[in-house]
Design a protein. Structure first.
Length: 386
């Protein structure tokens, strides 16, 4: 019995056999969420959730596709080396990350991005978080603590390394936070840097300003579930500037952020969970300037930024070199942009960047469409417990 791997284009790329001598079933506890800095900045996600580590050595030409007689053609994929020993493959058209390859002395070990699988029940079992130390503040590991009642281990580095408790923060990062709170060190964070892994895409986010109130937008599913909310409410008739936080404040200092599990996000990233921050285009500027980036005019767009129309008048932007998801925006509201939180430079603000983003803790966007309902419930429960 097999399961297909697909990207947003809907073309079955690979069939993995759950029970066969060629590709054995993954063992329970073998899969986890990766919080490694390299992974976040090359994918754009807050964490690289649930890579399926296949316990066998496979060469690209021998991976079976839908027709087992035909070898997999990697021609539609872009290869990017995040390090000397690791190559990632993503869809050249939509940016979905599909394969992660460790180049070991005894042969290549291929892993599969779980978010691109058509189903995960009976195939994937999440048992841990790894490289939590890279987040400096615990990252999404603090928000996703249990799945099906089982505590997820939180390893500082690779599996089996030092375990970190919930609420852990890097000591230097914690000391800096305390000094700023005590007024001993000035907090000069009037902007935060963001970049993809290869450095092609770079930008900065500034604090909310008067221009931040210019956009007008309907409420997102994150705040009001579309399947049960009347359209007249979703339309935001009062023109609330819901992306600015604290809500209804005369002097907002942060932006709303949240997690999404819709099919479009999953199949254009290869991850089951996509983390977005809602930021006005006027507050997304070119590095070292006050000039907002431009996404609509071809000649003014950031060099190296590739666009994919996920659905009519809805656009996803990603780095053509490393495949990092960068932005999502709609033609009917082009001045309010979803920014991939995984691109934020965690060195000064941590992976969650809580000094910049107010994480929505009451709902995971499009949880009803999650390929893994247990993961969706677990993340939502973890958020509500914070």
């Amino acid at each position: 019995m097999g399961v297909h791997q697909v990207c947003i284009k809907g073309v079955p790329l690979t069939r993995f056999y759950e029970r066969s001598s060629r590709m054995p079933s993954p063992r329970p506890g073998q899969n986890g969420f990766h919080h490694e800095e390299n992974g976040n900045h090359s994918n754009g996600n807050h964490s690289n959730g649930g890579s399926l580590h296949v316990p066998t050595v496979i060469d690209p030409p021998t991976i079976n596709v839908v027709d087992p007689e035909d070898p997999l053609d990697l021609g539609d994929l872009t290869a990017y080396k995040t390090s000397k020993g690791v190559t990632r493959y993503f869809c050249s058209s939509c940016s979905a990350h599909l394969f992660f390859v460790h180049h070991n002395p005894d042969g290549d070990k291929w892993t599969v991005s779980v978010g691109a699988l058509e189903r995960t029940d009976g195939i994937v079992k999440i048992g841990y978080h790894i490289w939590v130390g890279d987040t400096l503040d615990g990252g999404m590991a603090d928000q996703l603590r249990k799945i099906d009642g089982v505590e997820l281990k939180r390893y500082s580095e690779k599996s089996g390394s030092e375990e970190l408790p919930v609420g852990w923060k890097d000591k230097a990062f914690l000391d800096k936070e305390k000094q700023q709170a005590d007024g001993k060190v000035a907090d000069k964070q009037d902007r935060v840097q963001a970049h993809c892994h290869c450095g092609t895409i770079k930008f900065e986010i500034t604090r909310p300003s008067e221009a931040s109130t210019i956009p007008s937008s309907a409420y997102p599913d994150l705040l009001y579930p579309y399947d049960v909310t009347h359209l007249s409410k979703v339309a935001n008739p009062a023109d609330e500037k819901w992306w600015l936080r604290p809500a209804h404040s005369d002097r907002p200092t942060k932006y709303l952020a949240g997690h999404c599990m819709c099919g479009f996000c999953r199949l254009t990233s290869g991850s089951e969970v996509q983390s977005w921050a809602y930021v006005p285009i006027y507050n997304i500027v070119e590095p070292g300037t006050d000039t907002p980036i431009c996404l609509e005019e071809d000649e003014q767009r950031p060099k190296g930024l590739k666009q994919y129309m996920a659905s009519p008048a809805r656009y996803r932007e990603f780095c053509a070199t490393c495949g990092a998801s960068a932005f999502w925006w709609r033609a009917d509201s082009p001045d309010l942009i979803c920014v991939s939180v995984g691109l934020i430079d965690e060195a000064n603000v941590g992976a969650r960047a809580e000094s910049w983003f107010d994480w929505h803790t009451h709902r995971v966007s499009y949880i009803e469409k999650a390929v893994s309902s247990s993961l969706g419930r677990a993340l939502e429960e973890g958020l509500k417990s914070i």
